[in-house]
Ligand binder design. Structure first.
Ligand SMILES: [Zn+2]
Length: 129
């Protein structure tokens, strides 16, 4: 793999290509082939993404971000309306599950784009041979 490839190439913003789930180098090729399966190679520029590993990074950020949002909203609802406990049990699980599923793909794309931009070893684009 060519380690001298500018990153992200073509002036792509890591934030924009990450959140839109596009290739971190060209910003045009799709990053995922399934819900969270990363394509082995970009269909547009040929960037090898087969060794990319974002690990648990996206899930950790979702826990922190979504947790802060949901806890804040639950406190606001509790303080202002004092609903019975079952109302909380009905409201928050769908919000948590839906929010986590909605945030997972863009945050994984952002993690991959930032790994590529910063030439992290987990990006799979660095050869140590
Ligand atoms: Zn590409």
């Amino acid at each position: 793999m060519n380690n001298e490839t500018p990153s992200p190439a073509y002036g792509q913003s890591a934030l924009r290509v990450g959140l839109t789930c596009k290739c971190p180098r060209c910003g045009r090729g799709a990053l995922f082939t399934g819900f969270l399966t990363v394509v082995p190679r970009c269909s547009v520029c040929g960037l090898d993404l087969s060794k990319e590993d974002s690990g648990d990074g996206p899930a950790v950020f979702i826990v922190f971000i979504l947790g802060a949002i949901v806890v804040t909203l639950a406190l606001v609802v509790e303080v202002n309306f004092e609903p019975p406990l079952w109302v909380h049990l009905v409201i928050w699980p769908p919000v948590i599950i839906g929010g986590a599923l909605a945030m997972l793909r863009p945050l994984k794309g952002l993690m991959i784009a930032l790994q590529y931009k910063n030439k992290a070893s987990d990006s799979g684009t660095v050869d140590y041979d």
